[in-house]
Design a binder for this molecule. Structure first.
Ligand SMILES: [Fe+2]
Ligand SMILES: [Fe+2]
Length: 329
């Protein structure tokens, strides 16, 4: 029996369970009698819960469990103050190869290969030869593509899954295309190129194993800077790439978080930059809502809890739908 976290919530109090989970947090605590016990936060791709190893054997090494370990646990379902908090009877550290990594990190809901095809089709629509060559330098490089297709777009709030960056990028491109169709003064090639490249620094910002983590480089530099650095480097390899085009493209990338307090060192100051910033915010907000609804409500309808970042509870009485019909996917 290897239950997903969300399946634990369906079990009655007292029911036995077992499963493999990632250790998100671990603490050695003490009973009033002085005996030690373990308090853990365990997770998989469907959610997380707190568990207690209430009565470890006297000779158990409680220090062996670390954040990021994958463990097999068994125990019984219990609730404390309305929150799931099972007591464990067994906990065992697993080695790589003893578990399936896909239990811990989800994948984009849309087929990755098809989405990538779609992105390559977008590149085909670019007429400016410099921008087209620049895009091809990234997306015809197998090593970069392999990394890009695995990278999530976020750690928690939106697209925190394998293929998440691809899904987010494609969505931002589609929103930008719609805006460029309406506002003809926009330089479409510049906007679409900026949309495709705006978050590429995330391939260096996140590392994906059984959990999604920010790398040291990601924490110290951030993906806005790293995206610019990667783009500027590729531009330096293209003969006669116009200097003003480079400046406008890098501006779009630097300004795509829209505000200083959201990490952008520059406010959007061109049509393309302002379009990209709103398209980016629109896609990440709507996707963030959708993922939260799915996680919190499952198949039910009504209100979610208050979202920790959006600061509102979300209402939903429809059905989550990832059908491909009506899109190009
Ligand atoms: Fe970003
Ligand atoms: Fe983005």
């Amino acid at each position: 029996m290897d239950l997903l976290v969300k399946e634990l919530y369906e079990l009655p109090v007292g029911a036995p369970f077992s499963g493999t989970y990632v250790v998100e947090h671990v603490e050695i605590k003490k009973h009033r009698t002085g005996e030690p016990f373990l308090r853990l936060v365990l997770s998989d791709k469907s959610g997380s819960f707190t568990a207690l190893w209430w009565k470890p054997p006297a000779d158990a090494d409680l220090t062996q469990f670390q954040k990021g370990d994958v463990v097999f646990v068994s125990g019984r379902i219990e609730y404390f103050q309305g929150t799931l908090q099972p007591k464990l009877t067994e906990i065992k550290k697993l080695k790589e190869g003893d578990f399936k990594p896909d239990k811990f990190i989800c994948q984009s809901r849309y087929p990755i290969e098809e989405q990538f095809e779609e992105l390559l089709n977008k590149i085909e629509t670019i007429k400016n030869p410099y921008l087209k060559v620049l895009l091809e330098k990234f997306f015809y490089d197998d090593q970069f593509v392999e990394l890009f297709l695995r990278t999530p777009a976020g750690k928690t709030i939106h697209h925190a899954c394998i293929g998440g960056l691809l899904e987010h990028t494609l969505s931002v491109v589609e929103i930008c295309e719609t805006v460029a169709k309406r506002f003809k003064s926009i330089d479409r090639d510049l906007l679409i190129t900026a949309a495709i490249l705006h978050d590429i620094g995330k391939v260096r910002e996140y590392s994906v194993n059984v959990t999604i983590e920010r790398t040291d480089e990601g924490l110290l530099l951030g993906h806005l800077y790293m995206s610019c650095e990667m783009v500027a480097f590729k531009i330096s390899e293209i003969d006669n790439f116009p200097e003003d085009l480079k400046t406008k493209l890098l501006h779009c990338i630097l300004a795509h978080h829209g505000k200083y307090e959201h990490g952008s060192p520059k406010m959007p100051k061109t049509l393309e930059a302002v379009t990209l910033a709103y398209a980016d915010a629109l896609d990440s907000r709507v996707k963030g809502f959708e993922e939260f609804i799915e996680k919190q409500l499952g198949n039910q309808k009504g209100w979610t809890r208050r979202h920790f970042a959006f600061e509102v509870p979300i209402f939903f009485d429809g059905e989550i739908n990832y059908e491909e019909e009506g899109t190009n996917l």
